[in-house]
Design a protein around this ligand. Structure first.
Ligand code: AGP
Length: 610
């Protein structure tokens, strides 16, 4: 989704801003732009398309200056055109603004400004902010005061960066509901919507809170809160593995991240498994065993892949802990006024920690007075900071828009959570030890599955020309099927739907023909014989069959056009293995179809608007 980078210091701003924008490309965007201040002049360049297009434009028409702001836009109001790209310039050319988020009252503000004779150049909601600040600034030169004065008029969410030729060397940032981080360098300061953009310059950062405004100059910064006045921020240090943003020999980040999953699961489990007690333990939950034992219901709220992981968690917790679990779409939960009692434990799951719908769900549960917990990957993200406690995934930076390793880390964490909750109830010590041992074996088993990539790449050829595919799984494999279908949709643009296997008979079976493959997630388990009957039903209707099954499963193999094997393991860890072939299948289909795998159309890495 949209990205912001701002810089003020001793160096030329535009190369630093462009490098920052490139680091944000993974988030998804459709245009980009830059504004710099040089000799009290403001230079604005913006282009639809990739950052590379902006870069080429800057070769022809440079943007000099050691202070500036930049943006990657993911279109919400108005299509992806040069005009709609940010920065937007306020009336009289006195300010330039970049903005993440949505201004919900933009129409009425626009009418008001137009009535004053101001002519709009774009269809965006952001342009109203630029004009409001310019009008407020008037002939003055206190940009911070002008920004602070107009912010109460904005309804909605924003992360903002503002520059003005009246205030060379200054960048103003503001945050309400859309993240902004300040980077503290030597003789330079940066602001960004995502620390990834600025970490090559500094690892010392301060996360702005909602309602805060910052003014940065090369040697100084000042943060103010709209109600609390001057703020001394907490300075965090972010660990950064230098190669985390590199492809390391892989063709795409998605492929790299799929192959990182043995380490992902290892890191997620590190220090959390207690074999001697046959359980798992999370320090960050901030809940005593007595409090955890008192829980009578668990509610998960999440979106997309995180929602699918939560569904796996539902099966795991119900199975190991016999606790009722509900999995909610965060976007529905936040407005549904769901009845929650005091013995309900509310978890939100989010890789990015910035998903607006999930954050909304967290805030709704908090508003109702419930302690909230987060399962999150991004350290210091808004969700991680606002939750009362939680569990970090430790999956490392996930660049691919199609989430892969975060899913595995989430499922590993949920397996451990189910184990801990189970051991606080009726789960026996030997059964607990068996789960610990199964989890310990997962990294090496994922590595085994990854070796089957050539088989999966061949199976992908069978899907490449399909119009549509069904993904089917029973019980704990139903969410895995949903996740496989989502991966295919996201990066190959093929229509795919996930269903519980037996549900196929109740409608989707009408779709099956020679052109509509069915992908069965069918490792051996308690319901295997029933699944085989469903496979037969598809075969009888000439539907091509791709199946993920237990190695050596002759029955399934003989019914399948392509058989993707995983090792023979206990059901409880099967989802962690079965998802790997599905991720690789989607990857290879997209590759064969020539899709832009790391920048799939219309998608954003973290969805920070409702
Ligand atoms: C996953 O491949 C998707 N890109 C998307 O569904 C994602 O999982 C969803 O937007 C939730 O993101 P989060 O985990 O960062 O909150």
């Amino acid at each position: 989704m949209c990205g912001i980078v701002g810089y003020t210091g001793a160096h030329e701003a535009s190369p630093i801003l462009l490098a920052g924008l490139r680091r944000l490309e993974y988030r998804g965007y459709d245009s980009s732009g830059i504004a710099t201040i040089s000799d009290s002049q403001m230079i604005v360049r913006k282009k639809s398309g990739r950052v590379r297009v902006l870069e080429e434009a800057l070769v022809v028409e440079p943007a000099p200056g050691s202070c500036g702001i930049s943006h990657t836009r993911w279109a919400t109001h108005g299509p992806a055109t040069d005009r709609n790209a940010h920065p937007h310039v306020g009336h009289g050319g006195t300010v330039a603004v970049v903005h993440n988020g949505v201004i919900e009252n933009h129409s009425s503000l626009r009418k008001e400004l137009e009535a004053r004779g101001i002519v709009f150049k774009s269809q965006t909601d952001t342009e109203v902010i630029a004009h409001l600040i310019a009008v407020e600034l008037g002939d003055g030169d206190d940009l911070l005061a002008a920004v602070e004065a107009i912010l109460p008029r904005l309804e909605g969410t924003y992360g903002l960066a503002v520059v003005s030729p009246r205030c060379p060397g200054q960048v103003i940032g503001a945050r309400l509901g859309s993240p902004l981080v300040l980077g503290l360098g030597e003789g330079e300061h940066l602001i960004a919507s995502d620390p990834v953009a600025i970490l090559p310059h500094t690892s010392r950062v301060a996360f702005l809170q909602d309602g805060e405004v910052v003014r940065v100059t090369p040697h100084d910064f000042e943060i103010r809160h709209r109600e609390r006045g001057s703020i001394t921020p907490r300075i965090d240090r972010i660990d950064w593995k230098p190669d985390a943003g590199e492809l390391s020999g892989y063709d795409h980040y998605m492929q790299k991240e799929i192959h990182e999953q043995p380490d992902t699961v290892r890191d997620a489990c590190r220090g959390r498994l207690r074999k001697a007690e046959g359980t798992a333990y999370f320090g960050g939950l901030n809940m005593s065993p007595r409090q955890l034992r008192g829980i009578r219901r668990v509610v998960f709220a999440a979106c997309g892949t995180s929602w699918h992981a939560a569904l796996v968690g539902e099966y795991l917790i119900e199975r190991l802990a016999r606790l009722p679990v509900e999995v909610e779409y965060a976007s529905e939960f936040r407005y549904r006024n769901a009845p929650l009692d005091s013995r309900t434990l509310v978890f939100v799951l989010s890789q990015s920690g910035e998903t607006a719908d999930t954050l909304g769900a967290l805030r709704e549960a908090t508003r109702q007075g419930h302690p909230t917990l987060a399962i999150c990957n991004t350290v210091g993200s808004t969700i991680a900071r606002e939750a009362d406690g939680g569990i970090y995934l430790h999956a490392g930076h996930e660049v691919g828009v199609a989430s892969t390793k975060a899913f595995s880390a989430q499922v590993a964490v949920l397996t451990m959570l189910a184990l801990e909750l189970g051991r606080l109830r009726h789960l026996s010590f030997p059964d607990g030890v068996a789960v610990v041992e199964a989890l310990e074996s997962v990294p090496d088993l994922i590595a085994e599955v990854l070796k089957t990539e050539p088989i999966i790449a061949r199976a992908a050829e069978k899907l490449t020309h399909a119009q549509s595919a069904l993904y089917l799984g029973r019980d704990i494999h139903f969410p895995v099927a949903l996740e496989g279908a989502l991966k295919l949709k996201e990066i190959s643009y093929l229509h795919a739907e996930g269903y519980p296997t037996a549900e196929m008979k109740h409608g989707p079976i009408a779709l099956i023909d020679k052109q509509t493959p069915c992908v069965f997630v069918a490792p051996k388990g308690s319901l295997h014989a029933k699944t085989l009957s469903n496979v037969e039903e598809v075969r009888a209707r000439l539907g091509p069959i791709i199946s993920v099954g237990t190695e050596g499963d002759e029955s399934l193999m003989s019914l399948s056009d392509s058989f993707l094997p995983i090792p023979d393991v206990p059901e409880i860890i099967q989802p962690l293995l079965a998802v790997i072939p599905l991720q690789l299948l989607a990857y290879h289909v997209a590759r064969l179809r020539g899709c832009d795998i790391d920048k799939p159309r219309n998608l954003a890495k973290s969805v920070t608007v409702e």
